[in-house]
Design a protein around this ligand. Structure first.
Ligand code: ADP
Length: 252
């Protein structure tokens, strides 16, 4: 039987199909209709995995929108992210997930079980939304944030709050500060927030960095510098929750 994991996030809905020997992946914006996005993700990974009959399929939903979708099983994000991250980077003892509107840290035992977790879902500071808003003001893309040259002079950003940081960025641009320096300062503030969150429940071992923001390798390097710990970014970092859900649905 094939197992599909659907992670209905605030920003992106991710689908992963596990057929017992390999995976299929699909991502779509969550938008205003999370149930429809989830149905689309299920249909797409099913098509890619050539799963025609409903009885050959088990669907596990996770993520903030999991309750709006009719699935065989619903599992919390923490459990699914832990399972997915442990599969992708078994050597990591800590998971850092930075998504569209929240960030979380999970600590794992040697068998991958959750030992503790901490979540910041109260404000956009330090999340993908923070960087997306700033990118609009700076007239650049999220990909540009990852491509800042290493020798770029660093412009510290003093405000963590998204609203105040926006005003600060606009002021810096008006003073003629280079965009790259501001981008580096913004990434540094996200990295500092992540390092602070990590230090509250975890102080040793490798960190598996997941979620959409993990696609920014420079952010991973900054977190590595601040925590003085190895940060592993798996190739399918954004799919960790959906992948974990698929594995849990398969009884793994
Ligand atoms: P959620 O589960 O909350 O929907 P995700 O883990 O799917 O969030 O991550 C979505 C976020 O990933 C987006 O808000 C965006 O800021 C960020 N993101 C997407 N692509 C990239 C990229 N190439 N580089 C950096 N960040 C990215």
């Amino acid at each position: 039987m094939a197992s599909i994991g659907i992670d209905i996030g605030s920003t992106a809905t991710k689908g992963v199909l596990w057929n017992g020997s390999g995976f299929e992946f699909y991502l779509t914006p969550t938008g205003w209709t999370p149930g429809e996005s989830a149905a689309k993700a299920v249909a797409q990974v099913r098509r890619r995995g050539h799963i025609l009959k409903n009885e050959d399929l088990h669907v596990t939903a996770t993520g903030y929108g999991r309750n709006v979708f009719q699935a065989d099983k619903r599992v919390t994000e923490i459990t699914c992210h832990a399972a997915g991250a442990h599969y992708l980077a078994p050597e990591a003892s800590t998971v850092l997930d930075i998504g569209g509107q929240d960030s979380k840290v999970i600590t794992l035992g040697p068998d991958g079980r959750v030992t503790d977790f901490l979540m910041n879902d109260k404000c956009a500071a330090g999340t993908g939304r923070f960087l997306q808003n700033m990118a609009v003001h700076l007239g650049c893309s999220l990909q540009d944030f990852a491509a800042i040259p290493e020798n770029t002079p660093f412009q510290p950003i003093n405000n963590m709050c998204t609203v105040f940081a926006e005003s600060e960025v606009i002021g810096l641009l008006a003073q003629g500060v280079a965009k790259e320096s501001i981008c580096l300062g913004l990434l540094d503030s996200v990295a500092q927030r992540a390092a602070n969150l990590i230090s509250r429940i975890s102080d040793y071992g490798d960190i598996c960095f997941t979620g959409g923001c993990a696609q920014n390798g420079l952010l991973g390097k900054l977190i590595e510098k601040k925590t003085k710990r190895r940060v592993i970014i798996p190739e399918r970092a954004q799919y960790a929750g959906a992948l974990g859900a698929a594995l849990i649905g398969a009884g793994m």
